[in-house]
Design a protein around this ligand. Structure first.
Ligand code: DOR
Ligand code: ZN
Length: 346
């Protein structure tokens, strides 16, 4: 029996494309299915100014195969030296769609992130004034705080006070991983939202640690207990407008993943839409997939939905996704959900 589902072309509201050879290798994996993506600015060095974001956007567009259509939505990496006027100008020109807050040391290439939140207050106030969203990596970096508690503690210690102190600031809680994150995301009306990754809907911390360590399941924020995964499934399939897809697809070569101190990130660009169809069907919520992947994000970011559509098809035989994407830097392993998937994008 074949079954099919046609939805508005989706967007990815949180994506790592990197640069150079890696960019050229991974960009088609996203552009094949997605109309647009919010592009993370954590390059080395980071994308801090409007001028740097414009140059990065040009490099992305030149890496795009000629037969593909894709619009990169650029972000700026918030530092303690970010100039509010530069942010405002980059937003006014239409180039920049969000600013990304990394607490310093929270994750890959976050060393230039924020230590003292008072120093970024003028930027946040400017953003509230102009309606430019702040995308937040919500984990505290305090070494005293257990890594599995860092999201929950961030909400109480940092995010809630920051939002109280900056009325009108529009915030996206990126890649939420906890029930507490899902609950908090609902509390801010149309000025607060959360992205949810594909992999956090599928794995819990056992997948990383039981039966031998699985570096390809290690990402940040790290996957939590099963009850949190279930809370994320309920959130994603709820149809509520505050939740939308941000894959956090984060390519690292196998050489960088499979070592004593391996990099954080799951590469899901290739099979995300198929995996989401599987997940939403399993939860009896296929009718909510379009909202999550194609409608809630544009509504929050105040941009039109994509004009085109994609069709997901369910086939009898399991789909064979590529295990790796070849890049000149070495192979990048595609996220393996650990179960047979029968959905594919036609
Ligand atoms: O797992 C992750 N990988 N989490 C992040 O926050 C960053 C990302 C990356 O850039 O590799
Ligand atoms: Zn990310």
């Amino acid at each position: 029996m074949t079954q099919s589902l046609t939805i508005t072309r989706p967007d990815d509201w949180h994506l790592h494309l990197r640069d150079g050879d890696m960019l050229r290798a991974v960009l088609p994996e996203t552009a094949r299915h997605f109309g647009r993506a919010i592009i993370m600015p954590n390059l080395v060095p980071p994308v801090v100014t409007g001028e740097q974001a414009g140059a990065y956007r040009d490099r992305i567009l030149s890496a795009l195969p000629e037969d593909m259509m894709f619009e990169p939505l650029m972000t700026l990496y918030l530092t303690e030296d970010t100039d509010p006027e530069d942010v405002a100008a980059a937003h006014a020109s239409g180039l920049v769609k969000a600013v990304k807050l990394y607490p310093a040391g929270a994750t890959t290439n976050s060393a230039s992130g924020v230590r003292d939140f008072d120093k970024v207050r003028p930027v946040l106030e400017k953003m509230a004034e102009i309606g430019l969203p702040l995308c937040v990596h919500g984990e505290v970096t305090d070494p005293e705080i257990d890594i599995f508690d860092r999201e929950e503690v961030f909400i109480d210690r940092v995010l809630d006070p920051l939002r109280q102190a900056t009325p009108g600031l529009r915030v996206v809680m990126e890649h939420i991983t906890t029930a507490q994150g899902a609950v908090y995301a609902q509390s801010g009306g149309s000025d607060l939202a959360a992205t949810i990754t594909t992999h956090h809907l599928i794995i819990n911390r056992n997948h990383i640690l039981v039966g031998g360590i699985k570096p390809h399941y290690y990402c940040l924020p790290v996957a939590k207990r099963e009850n949190h995964r279930q809370a994320l499934r309920i959130a994603a399939t709820s149809g509520l407008p505050c939740y939308f897809l941000g894959t956090d697809s984060a390519p690292h070569t196998d050489a960088n993943k499979l070592q004593a101190c391996g990099c954080a990130g799951c590469f899901t660009a290739t099979n995300t839409m198929a995996l989401l169809a599987h997940v939403f069907e399993e939860d009896g919520a296929l009718d909510k997939l379009e909202g999550f992947a194609s409608k809630n994000g544009p509504a929050f970011y105040r941009v039109p939905e994509n004009p085109g559509q994609i069709t997901l098809v369910k086939q009898d035989a399991p789909v064979a996704f590529p295990e790796q994407i070849k890049t000149p830097d070495g192979p990048v392993t595609v996220f393996d959900p650990g179960f047979a998937v029968h959905w594919t994008v036609a």
